[in-house]
Design a protein around this ligand. Structure first.
Ligand code: ZN
Ligand code: FE
Length: 254
């Protein structure tokens, strides 16, 4: 399997180092900063080949130029973002496949948080690097997209296998859980998960990655089909997009 190392940085960001042992190829996903990446590369004895960016926000690309300058790595990002990703080298579009050594990742366009947002899906490793599109029990804010766009993006993720590990870019889980409980207070899996998340955070442990199945069971942004949720927010029987839109609006004002 693809080796994945999670590096917590800033207040609540995660950077991910990916490594294929057979070929020695190494990539980093969304390097907010460069120094923590250099430190981990040194610790592992790895050389950086690729930067994979999900979107252009500073807390995802802040380390791009320094990493590129010192390692000669290349930056992969959405063609749509080529003018706003520092050090942009290789553009990708929805459906493209990139390879990290022997491991293939499919690129899925996921507009909503930003217009150019993409996620990277490593099917063989059951791993999704989803930046600020899907979070544990949450989803990204709509800075450049409509609720309907974000809903469509999340439908693509929903269709992946339930055992897919969700490597999102932020540790927002505990706060997300508090909101989730207000729209689905009687969801037992949600209650249980919030308890487990509390235990992990009390020990300063990450709650990421989760699995897609956990998100399907507890994440209100993937649960527009839940009648209990629809009732709780007074949207019973409305379209999935309309239910999602209301959940997003409520979270924005939570
Ligand atoms: Zn962002
Ligand atoms: Fe972010």
């Amino acid at each position: 399997m693809l080796k994945i190392i999670q590096i917590p940085v800033l207040t609540d960001n995660y950077i991910y180092l990916l490594h294929d042992t057979a070929s020695g190829i190494t990539a980093v996903v969304d390097p907010a900063l460069s120094q923590p990446v250099f430190d981990e590369l040194n610790r592992q004895g790895w050389q950086l080949d690729w930067i994979l960016n999900t979107h252009h926000h500073a807390d995802h690309v802040g380390g791009n130029l320094e990493l590129k300058a010192k390692t000669g790595c290349q930056v992969i990002a959405a063609n749509a973002d080529k003018d706003r990703i520092p050090g942009f080298d290789k553009g990708v579009d929805d459906g493209d496949v990139i390879k990290i050594g022997q491991y293939a990742a499919k690129v899925l366009a996921s507009p909503g948080h930003t217009s150019g947002h993409i996620v990277y899906y490593f099917a063989d490793s059951a791993a999704l690097f989803c930046g600020d599109t899907l979070f544990a029990m949450g989803c990204g804010r709509l800075f450049e997209g409509s609720a309907e766009q974000m809903w469509r993006s999340l439908q693509k993720i929903k269709a992946l296998p339930g055992d897919t590990r969700i490597y999102c870019a932020h540790e927002y889980t505990q706060a997300n859980g508090r909101f989730a409980l207000t729209v689905e207070p009687e969801n037992l899996e949600l209650q249980q998960r919030i308890f487990e998340v509390g235990e992990l955070r009390a020990r300063n442990q990450p709650t990421v990655p989760s699995t897609l199945q956990q998100e399907l069971d507890t994440n209100p942004f993937l649960r527009e089909d839940s009648l209990a949720l629809q009732r709780q927010i007074n949207r019973e029987g409305e379209t999935p997009v309309s239910v999602f839109t209301e959940v997003r609006r409520l979270k924005d004002h939570f």
